[in-house]
Design a protein around this ligand. Structure first.
Ligand SMILES: [Zn+2]
Length: 420
């Protein structure tokens, strides 16, 4: 937000009374801006406003403009967006037209404003501590609807260092230092920049608005801030990532941080309950089954291979596996009978002397099929693909082994097609 104080447009109540959430004003201009789903959208300018326009990192306020008709009925116009134009006029977006000269009462959504103040003051404090303790410069910040970020330059910040920074920031929160606003001329601000009291200035002329946390931070800023560092509430650092050469630090302050910590705690407690452990034992409860699973996967593949060899031997003893096309149906109910097993069995049968094997594994209305052969004179992949395409299925594979699927009722037709 620009720290330059606009004097030619609406009075900005939020500059000196950020806690004031209701006000009265007069409509000075109205313009139609768009039609959304055939509904008209208007922008309204006022002679004074407590609505903060979205700019420079801090989001806009929402709320209500309330007018009273001659009949005494009140007309409520919800404010969905507030923006400042280049001339410094503040435009309140609403779905209801309020004519020029109308007296209104404005009501700001307090929870949203409070949240923005906590995040913005928290950002000033966090940036100041990162400069004081680590000489990291904040080059930009963003107050998002969920998580806020600052982009830092001047060095690295590792994930393991966040707890230290977080503790230093929360120590200043606990000191309940006053956060004050004052105004200086551009010349004074320039002098403060030169003697190091200010770190940077926006490149504009006019009266500068400064936000001060004594001994911690002095910052040119037009945003809304809480009254003391204590009102920022807890500051929670989430993590860092590299973004275009800068370090991006994710954080949350105040009620938002508390809500996040509460929902994290609830999620962890629910997980711990599912895994019959405490939250401290969660890591072990997850890594142990992962290791066991890796072992089980290896064992299963060894066992499937042995099962395929045994079944191939049984089939070789009971059926003529050397016939031109051996059709064998697997039972989907039997443990281990999967497509993976069908491929192993196909290969085992070919190794046992079968010339060409078609294995069918019913899977509800469809049927998975595997075609295996020595691949000498014929090509399993091309033949199966062509035969399946003609029967409403699809598949393919290599010369020796192919797989696919088709409607269950078409398996006999597939065998006949492959016999040809
Ligand atoms: Zn600021």
């Amino acid at each position: 937000m620009s720290a330059q104080v606009q004097t030619h447009a609406a009075d900005r109540i939020y500059y000196d009374a950020p806690g004031q959430l209701t006000f009265t004003a007069t409509v000075t201009a109205i313009r139609e801006v768009a039609r959304v789903d055939s509904r008209q959208v208007w922008q309204i300018a006022l002679d004074r406003t407590a609505f903060y326009p979205g700019s420079g990192g801090q989001p806009f306020d929402t709320g209500m403009l309330i007018a009273t008709a001659r009949s005494g009925a009140s007309l409520e116009a919800p404010v969905t967006d507030v923006q400042e134009d280049e001339a410094g006029e503040v435009w309140h977006t609403t779905g209801k037209p309020l004519q020029e000269g109308t007296e209104i009462r404005g009501v700001i959504s307090g929870e949203r404003r409070q949240d923005h103040m906590q995040q913005h003051s928290g950002q000033h404090l966090l940036s100041a501590v990162l400069w004081r303790d680590r000489q990291l410069t904040t080059v930009s910040f963003h107050l998002g609807p969920e998580v806020c970020t600052i982009d830092l330059e001047g060095g690295a910040l590792a994930e393991e260092e966040l707890a230290t920074v977080e503790a230093a920031v929360n120590a200043v929160v606990a000191e309940a230092l006053p956060i004050s606003t004052r105004y200086v001329s551009a010349n004074e601000a320039q002098a403060m920049l030169q003697d190091g009291r200010l770190r940077k200035l926006p490149s504009r002329q006019g009266l500068m608005r400064l936000i001060e946390m004594p001994g911690i931070d002095l910052n040119a800023c037009g945003g809304t801030h809480v009254a003391t560092t204590a009102a920022i509430g807890p500051v929670l650092l989430h993590g860092v990532e590299r973004v275009r050469g800068a370090v991006r630090l994710h954080f949350q302050c105040g009620n938002r941080a508390l809500r996040e910590a509460r929902s994290d705690h609830q999620a962890l407690s629910a997980l711990a309950l599912m895994l019959s452990t405490g939250t401290a034992g969660l890591q072990g409860s997850v890594t142990r089954p992962q290791a066991e699973n890796r072992t089980a996967v290896k064992e299963r593949s060894v066992l499937l291979q042995a099962l395929a060899l045994a079944e191939a031997a049984t089939l070789a003893a009971t059926r003529d596996i050397a016939q031109p096309l051996l059709l064998h149906r697997l039972d989907e109910q039997r443990p281990g009978h999967s497509v993976e097993f069908a491929k192993l069995l196909g290969a085992a049968l070919v190794a046992a002397g079968a010339s060409r094997v078609l294995l069918a594994l019913p899977q509800g209305d469809t049927c998975a099929v595997v075609l295996a052969s020595r691949g000498e004179s014929r090509n399993c992949g091309t033949e199966l693909r062509a035969a399946l395409a003609a029967l409403g299925g699809r598949g393919g594979g290599s010369r020796e082994l192919a797989q696919g699927s088709l409607p269950a009722a078409a398996v006999t037709a597939l065998a006949a097609a492959l016999q040809a």
